[in-house]
Ligand binder design. Sequence first.
Ligand code: MGD
Ligand code: MGD
Ligand code: MO
Length: 683
Amino acid sequence: MALVKQLNSGCPLDCPDLCSLQVDVTVDEAGERVSAVRGTGENPLTDGFICEKVRRFPEHMYGADRLATPLLRTGAKGGAHFRRASWDEALALVAERLLEARDAHGGESILPFNYGGSNGYLTDGALDARLFRRLGASRCLHTVCAVPTTRARLGMYGPMPGVALEDYASASLILIWGCNPHATGIHLLPRVKAARAKGAKLVVVDPRRIPLARSADLHLPIRPGTDMVVALAIIDWLFSSGRSDERFLAAHASGRDALAERAALWPIPRAAAVAGVPAVDLERLARMYADASPAVIRCGWGQERNRNGGGATAAILALPAVAGKFGVRGGGFTGSNSSPWRVDKEAMVREPETDSRAVNMNRLGRALTQLDDPPVSALFVYNCNPLATMPNQALVREGLLREDLFTVVSEQVMTDTARYADVVLPATTFLEHREIRKGYGSMRIYDAGPAAAPFAEARPNYALFAELLDRTGLARPGEPTSPEALATALAEASEHGAALAAGDFAPLPGGATQVQMVDAFPATPDGRIHLLPEALEAEAGGLYGYRDDPATDAFPLSLISPALARQVSSTFGQLHRDPASVQIHPDDAAARGVSSGDAVRIWSALGEVRCLAKVSDATRPGVLVLAKGLWAHHTTNGNSSNALSPDTLADLGGGACFNDARVQLAQEITTPVTPREAASSGG
Ligand SMILES: Nc1nc2c(c(=O)[nH]1)N[C@H]1C(S)=C(S)[C@@H](COP(=O)(O)OP(=O)(O)OC[C@H]3O[C@@H](n4cnc5c(=O)[nH]c(N)nc54)[C@H](O)[C@@H]3O)O[C@H]1N2
Ligand SMILES: Nc1nc2c(c(=O)[nH]1)N[C@H]1C(S)=C(S)[C@@H](COP(=O)(O)OP(=O)(O)OC[C@H]3O[C@@H](n4cnc5c(=O)[nH]c(N)nc54)[C@H](O)[C@@H]3O)O[C@H]1N2
Ligand SMILES: [Mo]
């Protein structure tokens, strides 16, 4: 095995940080292969260290589950019996079935289903959009993640950059709210550590004792879905104790009085009772926040995934305006998507958006089983593993089992979703194709060519969709189709095209570490901060209106499903085989006679999960924790936390309610095995 080259690249996986990478490529009898992936200093934020997951990326590329050739279904739906096929045969079939669906039932009978698999510009929302728009397909609304948080942030501040993660080192109070950087964005951690070494205080608002909470000055383990009233109570305290920054509000904000009025419904004792935390702790948080400067809020995603998620995020993002925390390095907020790159993808698509039927992706199960006029007859999944990651898993599975549904899955590995496909098409990874990507925590952008040859017959999405445009007769001469032409079109049309063309981890024009209200300003139409934007008020049917806990006597426990450190959503789940455990508080475990290691079942009206129990006081009483992104092989009955996640929607943006499940848990009843049976079944 000889090392042939070392190349620079960037990680496009769905994570805020955007690591700069160096990749070793070696050659042996199997051909050219990536043998090692490590961090570099090219992106100063990620500064030479990367997560365990991506260091193991060669195992994802060359492991037993990697897809080598196109596959056609031979057995029953979902049985994963396939035969190999040539690209020519597979693409001819897919093109024929897409046209047949359109001609027989109308374009809307086709549903493209995609998300941020790898968050790249060239592999998502480019030629795929051109193809599906020209087919008149239903539109997939990309609501699964960060939509309530984005709606709130844009409505209040417009696309104003967030506090750069590097600048956390300058803060004297860091408030981590609904975010777990140890699992989901590790490059914030050295900055938190640096700030603390200089005496900064750390506060965590999270139902769980996440790793950062162990050393925090204050941890508020609130009930899931109560963030809105917690933030409103702090706002009320700031107003009523004379700690609001009235000069700042008068100069820069609208909606001050309306916000104060809504917050006045939530004095600290009332909010604390609803959130299930001591009122003294909530008041301590309000006081610490008022006293500290620079004070920064890292507002994550955990608080958005419930019925109150949009209003919760809006109330959290109102805090720095009310308390006057902007205008200093290390002061302000960082939201779910903090780098407002203005990149015009339409220049690549070259086909206007249609007004065809919109399908909220959080309701895939309903779309496949309940939509008519026309029903979905062709489903095309790429950059996504919906059976593992979308709510109401039983309904998604029921849909995928429909005999009259033609399902195409373009994938890198044999995922749970791919097992239900009629046609599986092998896709390249980011190290095998060109990709352009921005960070959503890192204020940088990069453009990297392929590091190694594609594995076996895998093809990049841009090649797949260019070929399908040709085969369906929907291609037009002179349009950009190659990655080079797409990249040029993107750079030429974009406001930030120069940075894009510069490629190598170029910073946001204006700098990678802009100070809010000094270098970066609200980018709303009137340049002001809107504390109660009319559009959000209308959409939420009353912003900041708290919707009660949906728990019932039958289903009294909350189930939340946070990220794992070892996976990115479901990506890499094929590399882990150990059984999943649900975390349960000792009080809840004792009431049910459950001990660590016991087999348990968790159920609701939607479904059931069978897995192991882990008794731990890292979660609060009444709250169960079962990770997101699990695969069928991680649980005893093949269901994941999404078998229990409702397909109800958040108050803004049609967002997902993964952290709003209400369930019951009991020991799994297994028929006791008698010693005689055990002896005779041996061997
Ligand atoms: N390793 C890894 N990295 C990732 C990902 C991954 O899956 N794995 N996913 C990427 C993606 S797609 C995203 S969106 C981000 C997500 O990044 P994070 O938001 O950090 O991830 P989560 O684990 O979903 O949620 C964060 C925390 O919210 C808490 N939480 C749950 N419900 C509530 C609530 O009602 N209120 C409050 N205050 N907290 C609550 C959870 O206990 C959890 O600790 O991470 C990205 N990075
Ligand atoms: N219970 C619960 N469920 C959740 C969440 C939660 O908090 N709780 N979080 C939600 C969130 S935040 C998110 S973002 C979603 C993510 O859910 P998904 O969007 O389904 O993301 P992944 O599970 O990472 O799956 C992405 C797939 O795309 C494939 N892929 C990557 N690059 C390419 C490519 O270039 N071409 C093709 N064809 N395929 C590619 C990968 O192999 C992988 O299988 O999960 C959601 N699901
Ligand atoms: Mo996400």
